[in-house]
Design a protein around this ligand. Structure first.
Ligand code: ATP
Ligand code: MG
Length: 628
């Protein structure tokens, strides 16, 4: 099959295309229509159909692959590996679902899950899906305030937490954060279900807290029937990273999501029943939802969940896992690869990776030097994936399961099925020509699996995503450029543009240029206000190895001038030890920019390491390593 034909059909005959794809999942009741689009941009896929995510992820496979591994949960933090066959997973999820029911949780009730990347988090999600409860997983690394904000938005009946997470060998107790969040929240959950890993003793709040280990014994043989849901009922809520502001509660449906994931598993990830997928993401992120939990299980594959750093006990851990389980497709992030890049590349070839075919990377720009480094080190196909929490699955990717088009480093490739992707000139609203920069937009109706709305806020759904152009278009809020072959390059977020003396420069372009310097590990470019030019680019970079900062900084300036011209010349370059990032590894440019302009860095609740912001402050005080 040709990629072009596959994609074209999804755009020109969406109903026929998706009706075909819908056959890959189990329907308790067949849909009455494939697409209902009476009220754009709101749309209803597979209206009237009834299905269930948990049934498709587990029950449906029991007869044929009950004894096959479904979930492997590896923790390099606790040194444990736990394996579950489909039958065992069914058992665990049924028990968990029975416990939820005993706590009066049912169809449509929200359940906040605040847990580390462990098997019980997967059980909790699937148990919610089984009984029709709406889970909202909050990344376990978030602080009490983040949790409280999400609790107040989702208004959960129940919160499920673990006693602790662990990072780099350091135990992080969750219970004090849960208690603080519940105290802060205006609508705290009535009950808290605690999964005790035995990492951090905690105090119980009477009449509210329930210990999972204590109650589960009563439900060890429980059979919990699947709650069939109409295709468009909410399956879960997931809040965006908050890189650009207040997180939005992305609402996902049931049927459309199941169909989109089933299609993406074979066509994009080239993974089929019986094969193994290893995503290093966390269940707290969109990738974790789609490709650690629902996608691989709906496909009847084995999914590997990993808790820990990519470098403990050593930098070979991920490749050892690939060897041991015969991983076919791996999924990670550019940040993680950049962490590995600081380690001995010999780790990449130490293990037998003959089963491994692809490494997909998503979540942020994959700079070319990093892509080359991992490509050459592993000798495997590296595929950049562009998507958003909102879309739930890739918008731009190569699709080796259909036809592997040539990889072009720096580009996540071509539109996936159902995504009618366009690049639009911001000012004129006209289609940008090949090679011209514009905003990446999606022509609605959005395909199955994409967000249906912002939780309880249709208005915000419209104003955040659909109000940027005269035409009704979904704006990704990312800059892009398309080449002659239709490959799309992402140039950064629309709010990450620098205006230097009337010239608009994307931070991404300058970052690419700086990171082509062999000594540079990571880089953030921001626009800082300047009396003369409006804004000037300022560089913050970390080095792979200790070196003369002033020399390196000057060389970075030189490269940018050489590659992008004098207009893009960084006014100042600061060499620092770390860059501030969100817990998902995304650069917090807006905070760096605020500090550089002596403003308040704003809401830092998603900041990973507070020390990294101090680094920026100190560097600004110390003065630049290179200036104009
Ligand atoms: P918020 O929307 O709350 O500000 P966020 O956009 O960081 O947060 P996510 O949905 O996790 O939240 O991230 C999606 C964004 O990540 C994309 O819009 C894009 O800016 C960036 N991104 C994801 N994948 C890629 C990629 N392959 N190349 C370049 N950028 C990417
Ligand atoms: Mg976003």
């Amino acid at each position: 099959m040709r990629y072009e034909d596959f994609h074209r059909r999804s755009i020109e005959e969406p109903e026929a295309f998706w009706a075909e794809q819908a056959r890959a999942i189990h329907w308790h009741k067949q849909p009455e229509s494939i697409l209902e689009y009476a009220n754009p941009p709101f749309r209803r896929w597979f209206a009237g159909g009834e299905t269930n995510l948990c049934h498709n992820a587990i029950d449906r496979h029991l007869a044929e692959r009950g004894e096959q591994l479904a979930l492997v949960a590896v923790s390099s933090e606790t040194g444990s590996t736990r394996e579950y066959t489909y039958r065992e997973l069914h058992r665990e999820v049924s028990t968990f679902a029975a416990v939820l029911k005993s706590l009066d949780v049912g169809r449509g009730d929200r359940v906040v899950v605040y847990m580390p990347n462990i098997a019980e988090a997967v059980f909790a999600m699937l148990a919610c899906a089984r009984i029709g409860a709406v889970h909202s997983v909050v990344f376990g690394g978030f602080a009490a305030h983040n949790l409280a904000v999400r609790i107040d938005d989702a208004e959960p009946k129940l919160l499920i937490a673990a006693d602790a997470g662990s990072r780099g060998g350091k135990v992080i107790p969750y219970k004090p954060l849960v208690d603080a969040a519940c105290a802060q929240a205006k609508s705290p959950p009535a009950r808290v279900l605690m999964v005790d890993r035995g990492l951090a003793p905690y105090a119980r709040t009477e009449a509210r807290d329930v210990d999972y280990g204590e109650v589960r014994g009563r439900f060890e043989d429980a059979e919990v029937p699947v709650q069939w849901l109409e295709s468009n009922e909410p399956s879960y809520l997931l809040y965006t990273s908050g890189t650009t502001g207040k997180p939005k509660g992305v609402q996902r449906d049931v049927g459309g999501y199941a169909v989109a994931l089933a299609m993406s598993m074979w066509s994009i990830y080239d993974v089929r029943a019986g094969q193994v997928m290893f995503s290093t993401s966390d269940v707290g992120w969109a990738v974790g939802h789609s490709y650690n939990v629902y996608g691989p299980l709906i496909a009847g594959a084995t999914t590997i969940l990993y808790e820990g750093l990519p470098t403990t006990p050593d930098a070979g851990i991920w490749w050892r896992i690939c060897e041991q389980y015969g991983v076919r497709t791996m999924f990670s992030s550019p940040t993680a690869v950049r962490v590995l890049k600081k380690q001995d590349p010999a780790w990449l070839t130490k293990y037998d990776l003959s089963a491994l075919q692809y490494l997909f990377l998503a979540g942020e720009p994959l700079d070319e030097p990093t892509a080359h480094w991992i490509n050459e080190g592993l000798g495997k196909t590296i595929i950049d994936n562009y998507w958003q929490t909102e879309t739930g699955w890739p918008v731009l990717s190569l699709m080796p399961g259909v036809e592997l088009k040539p990889v072009k480093f720096g580009s996540p490739g071509l539109p996936t099925p159902g995504y009618d992707v366009r690049v639009i000139d911001e000012a004129t609203g006209e289609e940008a020509k090949p090679g011209e920069k514009g905003v990446l937009v999606i022509q609605p109706p959005l395909p199955p699996g994409c967000m249906t709305t912002v939780w309880r806020d249709d208005e915000r759904f419209l104003s955040s995503y659909f109000s940027h152009f005269k035409e009704l278009l979904y704006s990704s809020l990312d800059w892009a450029i398309r080449d002659q072959d239709g490959y799309t390059f992402i140039l950064g977020r629309t709010d990450d543009v620098i205006n230097v003396a009337g010239h608009r420069l994307g931070t991404r372009e300058i970052e690419e240029s700086v990171s082509s310097h062999p000594g540079v590990a990571e880089v953030a470019v921001i626009g800082v206000s300047d009396e003369l030019k409006g804004q000037v680019p300022v560089v913050f970079a970390t080095l792979k190895q200790a070196a003369d900062s002033a020399v390196a900084a000057q060389e970075m300036q030189g490269r940018v001038v050489e590659q992008l011209g004098a207009i893009a010349r960084p006014a100042r370059v600061y060499v620092v030890a770390a860059l501030p990032k969100t817990r998902s590894g995304k650069l917090l440019r807006r905070s760096i920019q605020a500090l550089a302009e002596s403003r308040d860095p704003g809401d830092l609740s998603t900041l990973d390491d507070p020390g990294s912001l101090e680094e920026i402050r100190d560097a600004l005080e110390r003065g630049a390593d290179a200036g104009s």
